[in-house]
Design a protein around this ligand. Structure first.
Ligand code: HEM
Length: 457
């Protein structure tokens, strides 16, 4: 049986009462007492929590293929096509095919490069919006959220569905519901409460509304001229030509498109939100970054993607923000497929595992006594990266289940941040910029970031 250290638990709810509002913080705190691999119980469900780089390596590298599945979740099943999307599909042939379609056809470096114009146009629009605020406080969080939504809409669907459209309203509803906690998943005999509370009916309505909308979008693509190359076009072409080895049906197409929104929108805007928050709290870092960007782009009205390559401090700022504020701090839960021995423990098939990326990024043993401080300089001399090889920094995960959207996300992030600091001087409206965190699986700021932007161009 699993003998990892365990905090004492209560009958029925297990350790759920110890998770609090910010489980990544509570679990990190517990790991200081109970160790890098702990056993908790969420209701009646045993869950292993890994909290250090070494423990993460055990799960995501040494035993990657064993821990590559996902636990079943009623919410995912209801909202995400019965878990036939990639992110929540159990490990197996279907998931493998979906992932290779995404990695090869949708999110490859070549595809990411092909969307450069979309990024540039949307960033220009964002900069104009901020400029119009003419030194009055502006809600940067909202502007960033609509930027990432617009970019992903254009890339995935071929056109924008912005604020005020059914699509945006539905995405917001879906994201809210995906973060819902269902007691029935952990305490099976209380499952009826989810039904009585109307949750199941609400989930079903969202899933149906979303499906109708996606169905219409796919149909429009089939009826259209077909010379565009958004995700839906690429998937429809692959289906026609049977070129991917997988007989992708209509449902898989809609589920892959849905993954891009669920996995890519909030995560991408949240990262810029935290970068700007930390830069405002650390004016010397902001100044150093502005100097770098403005020197490399002197005389230019905006920053292009070619300019970014030389920006070493920019890359250090991005790494430092990802280390301290990984947008998905507890990753997506994994589950073991078969029995395995992990550090002399027998782990039965079907055991859930959570890797606490937030705790890994703040480990004093790797990052030193100032691990909790924002200090981008620490990355300037180091060659370690966040692409899944160096386990002390794994904000996108590692191994088979690693985020397929990493290149897409990083290019967008770097060019957005560089343009923001190039085009404006920034001033916080608070004495000390707030760092309170939201609840949910993507951790953004609790309150929107209001700032004063003064145009420099
Ligand atoms: C800053 C931005 C992003 C961050 C920090 C991030 C982070 C993550 C993390 C931590 C995981 C879980 C890995 C695991 O369970 O082992 C993940 C999975 C995933 N991400 Fe991202 N992500 C980002 C952007 C994106 C984008 C832009 C897309 C798509 C357009 C995307 C699509 C996905 C998908 C489909 C999965 C599931 C992969 C699987 O289960 O095999 N993500 N991401």
């Amino acid at each position: 049986s699993i003998t990892f250290p365990s905090p004492p638990r209560l009958p029925l709810i297990g350790n759920l009462h110890q998770l609090g509002q910010h489980p990544h913080r509570s679990l990190c705190y517990l790991s200081h007492r109970y160790g890098p691999l702990m056993l908790l119980h969420f209701g009646s469900v045993p869950v292993i929590v890994a909290s250090t780089a070494e423990a993460a390596r055990d799960i995501l590298k040494t035993h990657d293929s064993v821990f590559a599945s996902r636990p079943r979740s009623k919410i995912f099943e209801k909202l995400l096509y019965n878990s036939r999307n990639m992110a929540s599909a159990p490990y197996g042939e279907y998931w493998r095919q979906m992932k290779s379609v995404s990695v090869i056809h949708l999110l490859s470096n070549k595809m990411v490069r092909s969307f450069r114009e979309v990024r540039e146009e949307e960033i220009t629009l964002m900069m104009e919006k901020i400029r119009k605020s003419s030194s009055k406080p502006v809600n940067l969080s909202k502007i960033l959220s609509s930027l990432t939504n617009d970019v992903i809409c254009r890339v995935a669907l071929g056109r924008k569905y912005g604020v005020g459209t059914d699509f945006k309203e539905l995405i917001d509803r879906l994201m809210r519901q995906l973060g819902t906690f269902t007691i029935g998943s952990y305490v099976p005999w209380l499952a009826w409460t989810d039904w009585v509370s109307g949750l199941e009916a609400r989930l079903e309505k969202t899933a149906n509304d979303f499906d109708k909308l996606l169905e219409r979008i796919v149909q429009d693509h089939e009826d259209g001229d077909g010379d565009k190359t958004d995700f839906v076009d690429v998937l429809l072409a692959a289906q026609r030509e049977k070129s991917v080895g997988l007989d992708i049906d209509r449902l898989s197409i809609k589920a892959i498109v849905l993954d891009a929104f669920v996995g890519g929108t909030d995560t991408s805007s949240t990262l810029v939100e935290w970068e700007m928050t930390e830069l405002l709290r650390h004016p010397t870092c902001l100044k150093r970054l502005q100097e770098e960007v403005r020197t490399i782009c002197s005389g230019k009205s905006s920053v292009s993607e070619d300019d970014i390559k030389e920006m070493k401090y920019l890359k250090a700022v991005v790494k430092e923000a990802l280390r301290l504020h990984p947008p998905v701090p507890l990753m997506v839960p994994h589950q073991s497929l078969e029995d395995v021995r992990l550090r002399d423990n027998h782990i039965p098939a079907g055991t859930q595992v959570i890797v606490n990326l937030w705790a890994v990024g703040r480990e004093a043993a790797t990052w030193g006594p100032d691990a909790n401080e924002f200090r981008p300089e620490r990355h300037l001399e180091s060659s370690s990266d966040f692409r899944g090889q160096d386990f002390d920094l794994i904000p996108f995960g590692a191994g088979r289940r690693m985020c397929p959207g990493i290149s897409f996300a990083v290019v967008l992030n770097e060019v957005v941040l560089a343009n923001l600091v190039h085009g404006f001087d920034w001033q916080s409206i608070e004495d000390e910029t707030d760092v309170a965190e939201s609840i949910g699986s993507v951790i953004r700021r609790m309150y929107p970031l209001y700032v004063i932007a003064t145009s420099t161009t």
